[in-house]
Design a protein around this ligand. Structure first.
Ligand code: NDP
Length: 458
C-alpha cells in the first residue's frame, strides 16, 4: 500500500496549479488539486481573459468613430453593459467547465474546498486529513488596497468585472498594468476616467520614452492623469464618493484638494495568497511580503513542499506560471532537469493603444552596455490617414553596437501584443540588427517598420 494518499497535492487550480497537476498526472503521478473559489484562477475569472474581452468591448467606440472616414455611417449606436457582463460570464463559465474536464480527463482528483497545510506531508481539507509525498502551493495573489480611512468604499479589479452598472465617473488609483488597462477600458466605454498615481510618471520599470508617449496618447483619448498624487481618505455622501487628495511627499498638489466621483478602483498591486494556508506549521519560509521563498527547483525551505506562480511573487504573469508548472511536473515525474528561462519575457499592457515590450529598456541597456544604439520610428498608422484618429504609433529597437545584438524591442500601437510576441521569438534566437535588416517586411503593415529602421536615433 502506498505510504501517502497522493504523490502530489496541488493547492490552487489557477494557471500554474492546473498545468502542473495535469502534466504530473499525465506522467503517471497520483494527483489531487484543491480549489475553493473558481477553476482557472485569476487569469480566467478576474484577470487576463475577461480583461481582454472588456478591452475589445471598449475599443468599439473608437472603431465606430474611425469607420466614418471610410464611408460608413454609424451614428446610432448604444452600449449595453449588462449584455457584455452576461456574455462574458457565460464564456468564463464555459472555460471553467473546460478546466474541470481537462483535470478529470488527466485523472486528477478535483476537490472543492480550502486546503490547509498541517505538516510537511499532510493537509486538512473539508474536515478530512490527506497525505501527499509532495505538496505544491499555487494559490496566486490577491489585490492589495492600502489602509486609508474610507477604504471600505472602494473596489479592486475583482469587483470591476461584476459591476451592476457602469458609473458616470471613475477614479482609478495606481500606475501599473491593471490601473492603466482599466483606465482605458472605462474611458472607452464612455466613463469619465481619472487615473491617480503617486509617482511622477506611471508604469515604473518600463522604457521611459514609452511611458511618456503612452501618457500623451491616453490623455488625447480623454483620460485625466494625475501624477504625484495620493488619496489620503475617502468619504461617502449620498452614494457619491469624495476623495480627499494629497500630494506625493515633496510635491505640490496642482489639482483640487478633493474630487467627487461615483466609483474608486484601487489597482495598487497584488499580494501573495499565503494567509491561513498553514505554511508556518510546515516551516515554509515566506519573505516580508508573504511570498513563498523557493529555490531554482521551486522547492521551499521544506523540501517536500513546492510553490510556483504569483504566490512566489517573482514575475507575475500567467504564461510564466504555466511554464513553471510544466517544468516542475517534467522534472519531478518525467526524469528531466529543465529550467524556465526568465530572460526576455515578452509582455503587453493592453492599454489603448497597447504597449508591447521584450528585452531591455533603453535605461537598462545604457546601464549594462557601453555602446548602445537606439532605432526609433514614430508615425501615424495607415488606417488613421482616413479615420482622422490622431493616435500615434511608436516603435523602438535597442541594439548593443559592439555585438550588433538586439537587446530590447518596444512598441506602442495597435496590436502591439501580437507583434511583440513574434519579435520575442527573434530575440530568444539571439537576433542581431543585421538579421532584422535582412528580413523583408510585409507591406503595408505597421510591423514592417521593425525591419526598415536604418538610421540610429542618436
Ligand atoms: P503593479 O505592481 O504592476 O502596479 C502597482 C501600482 O500601484 C504601481 O504603480 C505602484 O506604484 C502603485 N502602488 C503600490 N502601492 C501603492 C500605495 N500604497 N499607494 C499608491 N500607489 C501604490 O500591480 P497591478 O495591480 O497593476 O498588477 C499586478 C500584476 O499583475 C502586475 O505586476 C503584472 O505582473 C500582472 N498583470 C499582468 C497583466 C498583463 O500581462 N497584461 C495585466 C494585469 C496584471 P509604484 O510604481 O510607485 O510602486
Amino acid at each position: 500500500m502506498a505510504e501517502f494518499d497522493y504523490d502530489l497535492f496541488v493547492i490552487g487550480a489557477g494557471s500554474g496549479g492546473v498545468r502542473a497537476a495535469r502534466m504530473a498526472a499525465g506522467f503517471g503521478a497520483r494527483v489531487a488539486i484543491a480549489e475553493d473559489r473558481y477553476l482557472g484562477g485569476t487569469c480566467v475569472n478576474v484577470g487576463c481573459v475577461p480583461k481582454k474581452l472588456f478591452v475589445y468591448a471598449s475599443h468599439f467606440a473608437e472603431d465606430f468613430h474611425d469607420a466614418a472616414g471610410f464611408g460608413w455611417q454609424v451614428d446610432d449606436y448604444a452600449f449595453d453593459w449588462n449584455k457584455l457582463l452576461t456574455n462574458k460570464n457565460n464564456e468564463i463559465q464555459r472555460l471553467n467547465g473546460i478546466y474541470k474536464n481537462l483535470l478529470e480527463k488527466a485523472g486528477v482528483v478535483l476537490i472543492d474546498g480550502r486546503a490547509v497545510v498541517t505538516g510537511e506531508n499532510s493537509l486538512r481539507i473539508n474536515g478530512a486529513t490527506v497525505t501527499a509525498e509532495r505538496i505544491l502551493v499555487a494559490t496566486g495573489g490577491w489585490p492589495h488596497i492600502p489602509d486609508i480611512p474610507g477604504k471600505e468604499h472602494v473596489i479592486s479589479s475583482n469587483e470591476a468585472f461584476f459591476l451592476k452598472a457602469l458609473p458616470a465617473n471613475v477614479i482609478i488609483v495606481g500606475g501599473g498594468y491593471i490601473a492603466v488597462e482599466f483606465a482605458c477600458i472605462f474611458n472607452g466605454l464612455g466613463v469619465n476616467t481619472t487615473l491617480i498615481y503617486r509617482g511622477g510618471l506611471f508604469l515604473r520599470g518600463f522604457d521611459h520614452e514609452l511611458r511618456e508617449f503612452l501618457a500623451g496618447e491616453i490623455t488625447k483619448k480623454g483620460i485625466k492623469l494625475m501624477f504625484n498624487t495620493n488619496i489620503k481618505s475617502i468619504d461617502k455622501q449620498n452614494n457619491r464618493l469624495i476623495a480627499n487628495l494629497d500630494s506625493a511627499p515633496g510635491k505640490a498638489l496642482n489639482n483640487a484638494q478633493t474630487m467627487e466621483t461615483d466609483l474608486i478602483m484601487y489597482a495598487t498591486g497584488r499580494l501573495p495568497n499565503t494567509k491561513g494556508l498553514g505554511l508556518g506549521s510546515a516551516k515554509v519560509e515566506l519573505n516580508d511580503k508573504g511570498a513563498v521563498v523557493v529555490n531554482d527547483e521551486y522547492q521551499t525551505s521544506t523540501p517536500s513542499i513546492y510553490a510556483i506562480g504569483d504566490v512566489t511573487d517573482r514575475i507575475n504573469l500567467t504564461p510564466v506560471a504555466t511554464a513553471e508548472g510544466t517544468v516542475l511536473a517534467n522534472n519531478l515525474y518525467n526524469n528531466q532537469s529543465r529550467r524556465v528561462d526568465y530572460r526576455g519575457i515578452p509582455t503587453c499592457i493592453f492599454s489603448q493603444p497597447a504597449l508591447g515590450t521584450v528585452g531591455l529598456t533603453e535605461e537598462q541597456a545604457r546601464r549594462e552596455f557601453k555602446n548602445v544604439e537606439i532605432y526609433k520610428s514614430g508615425f501615424t498608422h495607415l488606417k488613421h490617414t482616413l479615420s482622422g484618429n490622431d493616435e500615434r504609433t511608436l516603435m523602438k529597437i535597442i541594439v548593443d553596437n559592439d555585438t550588433d545584438k538586439v537587446l530590447g524591442v518596444h512598441m506602442i500601437g495597435a496590436e502591439a501584443g501580437e507583434i511583440i510576441q513574434g519579435i520575442g521569438i527573434a530575440l530568444k534566437a539571439g537576433a542581431t540588427k543585421t538579421v532584422f535588416d535582412a528580413t523583408i517586411g510585409i507591406h503595408p503593415t505597421a510591423a514592417e517598420e521593425f525591419v526598415t529602421m536604418r538610421e540610429p536615433a542618436g
